[in-house]
Design a protein around this ligand. Structure first.
Ligand code: CTP
Length: 431
């Protein structure tokens, strides 16, 4: 796909080099158009080397090719990141005072803008009005992420992570409705390797697999959180097994006691809401999504900005909780609404009781969550959390026989990935 990548003049321009790598490594042909100010943060040489194309920001270069007309017409997608307050204003008012704004006016395909600026600038009525104008004209303007900004400040205004922009861009180009995702920032999300590595030969070769792992942490105050005992070992073993099966792997890593494996792309998340944001974006271009993370079902209703202190009157603090969204269920709903060919795998930790055994409860959960495969752990018996071994039953919505797998977490991961490959080949019979 031919992509024009417009780069605005903000410090976040450096992150856009990773975004460019994601596009080029996925085989897209990218022409970078930085603004004059952007070249003060990242030089033209970097954009030329990474894109493999000459880079200019002037309409007076290559005049004989009428560059902006050609670029605007040829681009199947235009992505602008970081979209600064100035760039949003110029685009909204239809200015054409450099190559990027000219090209935007010539755009024939979808346009995605990923803003980044200080919180006050983002929340300013002028910027918000410009965003409204652009959205009303069909431009997809992502909400900025929340988190640490350039100075000592923090809040909404961070550039969404390159992986999130990449996923949103591909979804948009594929005709999907891309949410602006206002309430689901990805603070602290980061890419470990910069780009998913191209997969080796194997049953999942050419496919993109997103795997969540570890336990979410739900903050109570700046120092305390509600967490769980998930170690991330099973999710990491799955990521390694999917990589070895030839997939490009994106690991959405909540808190983990173990290192992410080499050769997978890592997006770090902390809370269930951050995981939701990362998962919805990543799912947009994934063939398989495996939700192995232990997601907190509840989060504190209020997060104190300062450390909760012991009270002089001796009264105990009361913590109220609110429900977190069910990410797995949401992924299935989005997949089904878009009638996409995507395999979704859930995990379940179950205990049996007088009313039913583990498998009965697990079958009910499979129906409730409507995912394609459910990997069921019986908790309590084999102490799953933090252990190196595991014993599971894999249930399939297709109704095929439950399959048992046990051994090291790598053995279990290999069995799950084998089953994923088998389900995929059942879904698409060979020609
Ligand atoms: N999950 C999710 N979002 C949540 C909670 C769980 O996506 N808010 C996913 C987990 O990653 C896992 C699956 O759902 O793949 C099962 O999680 P579990 O907590 O066992 O299921 P619940 O629906 O919370 O069921 P229960 O009522 O038994 O707690």
């Amino acid at each position: 796909m031919r992509i024009v990548l417009g780069v605005g003049g903000g410090i976040a321009a450096y992150k856009v080099a990773s975004l460019l790598r994601l596009f080029t490594e996925a085989g897209h042909d990218v022409t970078v158009i930085p603004t004059e100010a952007a070249t003060r943060f990242v030089g033209v040489a970097t954009w030329e080397a990474l894109s493999g194309h000459p880079v200019s920001n002037s309409v007076f270069d290559e005049v004989h090719t009428v560059n902006h007309v050609r670029l605007g017409h040829e681009a199947e997608l235009i992505v602008v990141a970081p979209a600064t307050a100035d760039l949003l204003a110029r685009a909204a008012s239809g200015q054409a005072n450099d190559l990027l704004t000219n090209t935007l006016l010539m755009a024939g395909g979808p346009v995605l803008m990923a803003p980044a600026m200080h919180t006050e600038m983002w929340q300013h009525a002028a910027t918000q009005a410009n965003v409204e104008t652009l959205r009303s004209r069909g431009v997809t303007v992502l909400e900025p992420a929340s988190g640490r900004l350039t100075g000592a400040d923090s809040g909404p205004g961070r550039l969404p992570e390159p992986e999130a922009i990449f996923a949103a861009a591909l979804a948009l180009a594929g005709g999907a409705e891309v949410p602006d995702s206002p309430d689901t920032p990805v603070p602290g999300a980061s890419s470990q390797s910069g780009a998913p590595l191209a997969g080796a030969a194997g049953p999942l070769s050419g496919l993109t697999v997103t795997i969540s792992a570890g336990g979410t942490r739900e903050p109570l105050d700046p120092v305390r959180y509600l967490g769980n005992r998930s170690s991330g070992k099973q999710g990491v073993a799955l990521a390694a097994a999917a990589r070895d099966a030839g997939a490009r792997v994106r690991l959405l890593a909540a808190h983990m006691d173990v290192q992410a494996p080499a050769g997978v792309d890592v997006v770090r998340v902390e809370t269930a809401l951050e995981l939701r944001e990362a998962a919805l974006h990543a799912a947009a271009d994934s063939d398989v999504v495996i939700m192995a993370a232990a997601v907190a079902d509840f989060r504190p209703a209020d997060v104190s900005g300062t450390k909760i202190k012991k009270r002089d009157d001796g009264a105990d603090p009361v913590i109220s909780l609110v429900r977190n969204p069910d990410i797995l269920r949401e992924l299935v709903e989005i997949r089904d609404a878009a009638a996409r060919n995507q395999l979704i795998v859930g995990f379940a930790a179950e205990t049996g009781d007088a009313d039913g055994d583990v498998l009965e409860y697990a079958q009910a959960k499979l129906r409730r969550k409507a995912c394609d495969l459910l990997v069921v752990n019986q908790v309590g018996k084999d102490q799953v959390f933090g252990q190196d071994s595991n014993s599971v039953v894999i249930l399939a919505r297709s109704g095929s026989e439950p399959q048992e797998a046990s051994g090291s977490k790598s053995d279990v991961a290999a069995a799950v990935i084998d089953r994923v490959s088998a389900e995929l080949s059942r879904a698409v019979p060979p020609a």
